[in-house]
Design a protein around this ligand. Sequence first.
Ligand code: PRP
Length: 179
Amino acid sequence: MYAHLGKILLTEQEIMNKVVGLGQTISRDYKNKELLVVGILKGAIIFMSDLVRNITIPVEFDFMAVSSYGTSSRSSGVVRILKDLEQNIKDRHVLLVEDIVDTGLTLKYLLENLQTREPASLKTCTLLDKPERRLVKVNVDYNGFAIPDEFVVGYGLDYDQKFRNLRDILMLSPEVYEK
Ligand code: PRP
């Protein structure tokens, strides 16, 4: 259906198998606890909606939206909060959910920021990880797939805000973004 956009890196089925496994592991690790799942908008929403439906313990949701200060200063690690949590996370078990960890700067900032709010625990879950691109060390507790340094779209990930609704994850071919 969208073969002209690029090659499939991960199929819908491969993604679902992974998400089911992550949901089981998280449910086991947080047994007898109440979990607050925090999605980082917008990329994480598709992954988060599948993940929480594979978690079998009680969960609540909250969301944050962040943006880096311009592309040129991206490596500075300065992140702006566009939307903050609605809940107080003091003494809560918080799991941050990302679609992808790239340089690690966003996650590092979020972890440092949220830690000051004194949660009972703070862990991270990402569907995709590009280890080759990492600029800062950041701890990822639940990691779906390590992927090569390719431009990927689909299942929440965008190019110019598009393609987030694709069911598979594709490596966008250069013809698309060089147009
Ligand atoms: C992406 C992704 C992470 C961040 C990872 O968000 O969802 O939040 O970049 O990159 P980093 O590890 O280099 O900091 P993006 O800013 O593209 O926004 P989006 O989620 O709305 O697509």
